[in-house]
Ligand binder design. Structure first.
Ligand code: PRX
Length: 634
């Protein structure tokens, strides 16, 4: 780490008030804040207290006078072969229409709106419209199934849901509406109204009169509206985004308004080097935090053109992303390592086909970036490829380099060093003491967390404290649940999760959620799901299940049929994204004498590693069954 970033970093830690007070100038404030940080109730940090601002104003309105004719949003769909763009002026008009549509249905400040949408511009309008009127959006990933959606509905208690007739993946239509109807049946607190955006993907969608409202029809009634922004105190909630943890019940990560806007504005400047008038292309989904921060809010707050891409990286061919870079003069790109591993398997000629001279940086995050992939893409692009590490909880990078401050050297396999604002520590799992260089520790942050990080778990302050701040006795530190290590040059390396969260193609899933979905099959008595290493996706879930009626799975035919049924059950409850790659049947699971399933040993065996300390194992034959199930699969 060289001098000037070090100074910058040190300033942020030693004098957060002056550091963040300065960064706050990157956004517009309707009313200035009276205090940069209120930390009277640890670990709850309140940033820019008393200040009034609005995310939609900062992302849209403030750019209209200076860059009204510049493209704000470019939507490219290789799924339905369409492209549309919206200038800041047009975006401003469209967002106000959607805001008026919501208001006409009674949505007010503080109300929750669930957005269950594919990657279409209308999803971005809905997000920004919520921000405009102070409604709290909760975007649910379009790949999640009915029961999962219902669980989020019941936690958020929305008054409105916005959805579409369908999404599309690899050219195949994914109908949404039946699934939405199913989720409404399952939910205890369903929304009163549902707006349906018809893309023409599923013309025969069922409609419930009085509840279901057609997007186009409602929009036509609000064409010439002006909806003023609702100014919010900096610490009021802006959105909820559900994420997985150790329990089967997803946590609603709640974010504020002012801290969120400032953190994103600062990250655009110091980390991504994204300037107004330039183009950012984040290939992710609005259902994930990367989409929230860097498809929607970050680039728009910075006055950039943001690309919203509906499709996969290899259709129509593996050159599509680089064609987008060329055609739209993309300067900064962001995606997950899995996408790069997918591209690596394609003909390298595609990388040379287009002129990508506009591109300054490719950022990668969401899962470990293996060194061969990092080396390959860096060489292929001849551009700096920056690995950075963060979480839904933080909303922006925890470990990264910051080329906007100083162009430090990157190391393959490392997301560099702590981002400004994070007082990071690697702690020994058992003692809570700081570990030295080259020693493995839990990645933790001494609170207060910097602006932009989660303010609490929606509706559950206690759970926020319990989950994140009580891992170490006598020490209130935020745990990331990741293992890390620091080398002698101060570069960090992430070594995987300390809990039962797995990362499938950059998508975060709790093994417990998958276990609950598997267990809902009537013939499953018990199940353990572990994440195993996969060359392409990073990790995939693997299930080991005990059938209630062992006779059903005694013969190969029965096992195959049952495996299929279990997979279908998971598809239905969680979505295909959580489907185990295999379901192996055993007659008992390896447990400790106190009854705890030895997941780490199962995982080790499944990955062909040593299962570790087995002194607490109750019945060794259980582990043998896992071993032979895995061996039979090879
Ligand atoms: O385990 C870490 C892994 O992904 C988790 C967070 O996932 P999510 O909440 O979906 O947020 C993704 C935001 C980019 C982390 O706890 N992870 C994320 N980035 C990296 C990573 N693991 C290794 N290297 C990374 N760069």
């Amino acid at each position: 780490m060289s001098k000037s970033y070090q100074d910058f970093y040190r300033h942020s830690i030693e004098d957060p008030d002056s550091f963040w007070g300065e960064q706050a100038k990157l956004i517009d404030w309707h009313k200035p804040f009276s205090k940069v940080l209120d930390y009277r109730k640890p670990p709850f940090a309140r940033w820019f207290v008393g200040g009034q601002t609005n995310l939609c104003h900062n992302a849209v309105d403030r750019h209209v006078p200076t860059r009204g004719d510049q493209k704000a949003l470019v939507w490219i769909s290789t799924e339905v072969n369409q492209e549309k763009s919206f200038t800041y002026r047009e975006l401003h008009v469209e967002v106000q229409r959607v805001a008026a549509m919501m208001q006409s249905l009674g949505v007010k400040k503080g109300d929750r709106v669930i957005i269950y949408m594919p990657m279409v511009p209308e999803a971005a309008f809905a997000i920004l419209a919520c921000a405009r009127i102070g409604a709290i959006h909760s975007v649910v990933f379009g790949g999640f199934a009915a029961a999962n959606l219902a669980a989020r509905i019941d936690d958020a208690k929305p008054i409105l849901m916005i959805t579409a007739d369908g999404g599309s993946r690899m050219g195949k239509v994914i109908p949404y509406k039946n699934l939405v109807d199913e989720s409404i049946k399952l939910a205890q607190y369903p929304p009163d109204k549902i707006i349906i955006f018809r893309r023409g993907l599923d013309p025969k969608i069922p409609v419930t009169p009085g509840r279901d409202i057609d997007y186009a029809e409602l929009r036509s009634k609000h064409m010439n509206v002006q909806v003023p922004v609702t100014w919010l105190e900096s610490n009021e909630p802006s959105y909820i985004l559900y994420t997985s943890g150790t329990t089967g019940k997803p946590k609603g990560v709640q974010r504020d308004v002012g801290g969120h806007a400032v953190a994103l504005a600062a990250s655009m400047k110091y980390i991504y080097c994204g300037n107004a008038g330039e183009t950012m292309f984040t290939a992710s989904d609005i259902g994930w935090v990367v989409g929230h921060s860097y498809i929607i809010y970050g680039p728009l707050i910075a006055g950039m053109t943001t690309i919203m891409y509906e499709g996969v990286p290899v259709r129509p061919d593996a050159g599509i992303w680089w064609k987008i870079v060329q055609d739209h003069k993309v300067t900064v790109m962001f995606t997950a390592p899995t996408a790069i591993r997918v591209l690596k398997k394609q003909d390298p000629a595609y990388l040379k086909k287009y002129n990508i001279s506009s591109l300054r940086y490719l950022f990668l995050a969401g899962e470990p970036l293996d060194e061969p992939t990092h080396v390959w893409i860096s060489k292929a692009l001849q551009k700096p490829v920056i690995d950075h590490y963060w979480q839904t909880e933080t909303g922006w990078a925890i470990l990264t380099c910051a080329p906007g401050v100083e162009k430090t050297k990157t190391k393959f396999g490392s997301p560099s060093f702590p981002a400004y604002g994070y007082n990071l520590r690697l702690l020994h799992e058992a003692t809570g003491q700081e570990v030295g260089n080259n020693e493995k520790g839990v990645v933790t942050v001494i609170p207060p967390l910097p602006p932009g990080c989660m303010s609490t778990v929606w509706g559950q302050n206690e759970r926020f404290v319990q989950t994140y701040f009580t891992s170490f006795k006598d020490k209130m530190v935020y745990t990331t649940f990741d293992w890390g290590i620091r080398d002698d040059d101060g570069y960090y390396f992430i070594l995987g999760r300390t809990d039962d969260v797995i990362n499938v193609a950059g998508h975060r899933l709790g093994t417990r959620e998958i276990e609950e979905a598997v267990s809902s099959h009537p013939n499953i008595a018990e199940v353990a799901v572990v994440g195993v290493a996969d060359q392409l996706k990073g990790q995939v879930p693997l299930a080991f299940a005990v059938a209630k009626d062992p006779a059903c799975v005694a013969a190969p035919d029965g096992r195959t049929a049952m495996e299929k049924e279990v997979m279908e059950t998971v598809d239905k409850i969680l979505g295909a994204i959580g489907r185990p790659s295999r379901v192996h049947f055993v007659t008992l699971l390896p447990k400790t004498r106190s009854g705890k399933v030895l997941r780490r040993s199962i995982q080790a065996l499944a990955e062909g590693r040593d299962p570790g300390d087995l002194t607490t194992l109750d019945d060794p034959s259980a582990l043998e069954q896992i071993r032979s199930a895995v061996a039979a699969n090879k």
